[in-house]
Design a protein around this ligand. Structure first.
Ligand code: DI6
Ligand code: FE
Length: 401
């Protein structure tokens, strides 16, 4: 049951773009009614109409918008710990592949899993995110690579919100990898499986956005464009895994479709940044994959700043390149690995993460928006990015409760 309540705290980092760093308000109050923020400001300015509302005083704690994880693959079968161990015991890439490792092993495990099994195995990962104040998670398909399994992944993802107080946004990622049965026939896979599956998933109302993996080991820009043409026909927004391992011009292609985001982008060049800037495409940086893959090419953070491309940060939680379920650690990695400021890191996990999902009702603490908040046992918002592997969440507020 939602209720009318006024929270007080020494500080609210509203993350509203303003002259104040973090949109910070000291000696702050925030009024919530039926899951919506009614008012935010200084305690001494609280309008009289809130005077008789119940008050929750959080004292020296900090309130922020709830966090948003804008790029995950939390629904998948099995895990890849065995190949992680094999590699660290000296096995070569080929030996790992011959032992059935790599993305193909996750595809087999996902195909074998029922809808309930996929849901059950995703929930602990979701719980880890929620425990750090996350209110909204984007979840991709892409480990089925056949009609039935792609649909099953999306159905499982949508069902998460029946089991946990969280908002789920689903992205169709049929163009994630070429499945073994289509080896060397990527075009046929796009035409015979990926596009018909997208149409079926959309007809079932399972798709919020269409994603792809544009890379030498996945799909080229012409193949991605064929999928994006269908997305456009279905009036679905697009986003793209682009320039993760090389520069194929994926971000530029995505921008030409007005993409919500281009993600990874370590190898993005100035032309790609300019295209994203013109299209209003968000840069989603994924330091967990950078870390896991020992990547050394840094995303072009300075160019993104110069061209006013908003930067989001996400876990990329997946069994291969980023088995990461901490958005706070992701923020720390964004600062330490990519040299983001703590303010940029928090904006990346709130305001800009919302933009990367096309959501304008969340991501900042402002009147009229959803009452999704996090209350932290910290005095200053920089502490959220500064600590490594420590969770200072005091309370998560989802829809006002
Ligand atoms: N980029 C990645 O790093 C992952 N997917 C993607 O599009 C890899 C996924 C995996 O190895 O399971
Ligand atoms: Fe990803």
């Amino acid at each position: 049951m939602t209720k009318k309540v006024v929270f007080r705290a020494d500080r609210i980092a509203t993350m509203v773009e303003s002259d104040a760093p973090y949109g910070l308000i000291e000696n702050a109050a925030i009024a919530l009614d039926a899951g919506t923020i009614e008012w935010v400001g200084k305690q001494r300015d609280l309008p009289a109409r809130f005077a008789d509302w119940e008050v929750d005083d959080f004292g020296g704690r900090l309130i922020t918008p709830a966090l948003i994880d804008a790029h995950t693959h939390v629904v998948f079968g099995g895990n890849r710990a065995a190949e992680f161990e094999m590699r660290l015991n000296g096995a070569t890439y080929e030996e790992v592949a011959r032992a059935g490792g790599g993305i193909v092993s996750t595809v087999s495990a996902t195909r074998e899993a029922s809808e309930n099994e996929l849901l059950d195995s995703a929930l602990p990962r979701v719980d880890a995110l929620l425990a750090e104040g996350v209110s909204c998670i984007e979840v991709k398909s892409g480990y089925g690579l056949d009609v039935e399994t792609e649909l099953r992944m999306l159905r499982s993802a949508r069902r998460i919100q029946q089991h946990r107080p969280v908002r789920i946004k689903t992205s169709f990622l049929g163009a994630h990898a070429v499945p073994p049965e289509f080896k060397d026939r990527a075009d046929a896979y796009i035409d015979e499986i990926c596009i018909p599956t997208l149409r079926a998933a959309h007809a079932e109302g399972l798709v919020d956005a269409v994603d792809g993996f544009c890379e030498g080991i996945a799909f080229n820009t012409a193949q991605i464009a064929r999928v994006f043409d269908v997305a456009r026909e279905l009036r679905l927004p697009v986003k793209l895994h682009a320039e993760q391992l090389s520069n194929l011009g994926g971000a530029k292609l995505a921008a030409s479709y007005g993409a919500l985001s281009a993600d990874h982008i370590e190898y993005l060049d100035a032309e790609g940044v300019a295209a994203m800037s013109n299209a209003g495409t968000i840069a989603v940086l994924l330091p967990g994959a950078f870390y896991t893959l020992h990547e050394t090419q840094m995303p072009p953070v300075e160019l993104l700043r110069e061209q006013n491309v908003p930067i989001a940060l996400a876990t990329d939680c997946n069994p291969g390149s980023s088995p990461l379920t901490s958005l706070l650690l992701t923020m720390n990695m964004g600062c330490t690995l990519f040299r983001l400021t703590p303010e940029e890191a928090l904006a990346g996990a709130t305001r800009n993460a919302a933009k990367a999902l096309g959501l304008n009702d969340t991501g900042v603490a402002a009147a009229g928006l959803r009452a999704d908040l996090a209350v932290w046992d910290v005095a200053h918002p920089a502490e959220l990015s500064y600590r490594i592997g420590f969770n200072p969440l005091h309370k998560r507020i989802f829809g006002g409760i």
